[in-house]
Design a protein around this ligand. Structure first.
Ligand code: 3HC
Length: 296
């Protein structure tokens, strides 16, 4: 296959994952076009990326000039039709199969290059379901990044029974050689490697709180101080977003019917109450404007 080096990337969605993916691509000197449904969401997405770039400058990771150049490489649109010239598109919208399949069906029509890679950052939806909503399932892969994307160096690459080896290699070499990420490969099973291990652990911690076994603070303290994890499971669930944790658990439960993947009632009630974690300002912890967590 004679496919050009990837220099034009599209990112669908500028929430915490989409913004992070767009940021790392722009920092890697790639032209990035970001889709958001409305001007307001696009403005919020741009502000999120600029804040993270500022953080990169203040922690000495990038220079002022690199910040400016990365910001210049980012454009926003509310028209998927603008993605026609993209060589790689990474979809990072909410964890909803219907929404994602509609986007893939549309992207498939819009992105003209037969060598283009259509990737999803889904945490748990089988990539085959997304691939089969297109006419060219050979160019569909999973590229699963980790939050915060600028900090965590891993991408899980997920190929389906239909993905062509050339497309998989193109996606892998972009993540590794252009973005500087480590790449692992997973079979197309809901949850892939990371969430298949992480989600039962997060749900078990939530069940522990629910049953009164231990407090939120003591569970997190045990894991961060006793097992040297950077954060405990409840703070991590807040960081991921409790609606996202629930959506991942639902997909994994649907695939495996494994009771450990079934979201516990406390998680359901918190999501219904709009206590979604850090992004809503309240989850297992409260988050004032500065992002530091405090007690429940
Ligand atoms: N953008 C850019 N840089 C950032 C950043 C961001 N959003 N957040 C943190 N950083 C940088 C900081 O500048 C700092 O750099 P330095 O050490 O060189 O100064 C470094 O990362 C550490 O940040 P802080 O000192 O501010 O804060 P902490 O030391 O408390 O680390 C953390 C914060 C990086 C979030 C760390 O607690 C951590 O790694 N936690 C675990 C996160 C995790 O497990 N993520 C995976 C979630 S699962 C997932 O995403 C998959 C999905 O499918 C669910």
């Amino acid at each position: 296959m004679t496919s050009e080096k990837i220099q034009r990337v599209g990112v669908i969605g500028a929430g915490q994952m989409g913004a992070g993916i767009a940021e790392v691509c722009a920092r890697a000197h790639v032209d990035v076009l970001v889709y958001e449904a409305t001007r307001e969401l696009a403005a919020a997405g741009r502000a999120r990326i600029l804040r993270s770039l500022d953080r990169g400058v203040s922690s000495g990771k990038i220079t002022e000039r690199e910040r400016e150049q990365a910001a210049w490489r980012l454009r926003f649109t509310s028209d998927l039709g603008d993605f026609a010239d993209r060589q790689l598109v990474v979809e990072a919208v909410i964890e909803d199969e219907k929404v994602k399949t509609e986007i893939f069906a549309e992207l498939d029509k819009v992105v003209t290059d037969p060598n283009a890679v259509l990737a999803s950052n889904t945490s748990s939806i089988p990539i085959m379901k997304l691939g089969m909503s297109t006419q060219q399932s050979n160019r569909v892969v999973g590229m699963h990044f980790f939050n915060p994307v600028p900090v965590l160096p891993l991408v899980e690459l997920v190929t389906t029974l239909m993905t062509s080896p050339e497309v998989a290699e193109r996606a892998e070499s972009f993540a590794r050689d252009v973005l500087g990420k480590e790449v692992v490969r997973s079979a197309d099973r809901s949850g892939f490697i990371a969430n298949a291990l992480l989600v039962p652990y997060l749900l078990s911690a939530i069940r522990m709180v629910e049953s009164g076994f231990a407090s939120v603070e003591d569970i997190d303290k045990t894991i961060s101080l006793g097992l040297a994890h950077p954060m405990g499971p409840l703070k991590l669930a807040d960081l991921i977003g409790l609606d996202t944790v629930k959506a991942i658990a639902d997909s994994m439960y649907e695939e495996f019917k494994e009771p450990l993947y079934s979201p516990p009632p406390l998680l359901l009630r918190m999501v219904e109450a709009g206590r979604l974690g850090k992004k809503s300002g309240h989850g297992f912890y409260k988050y004032p404007e500065n992002g530091q967590s405090s007690g429940k």
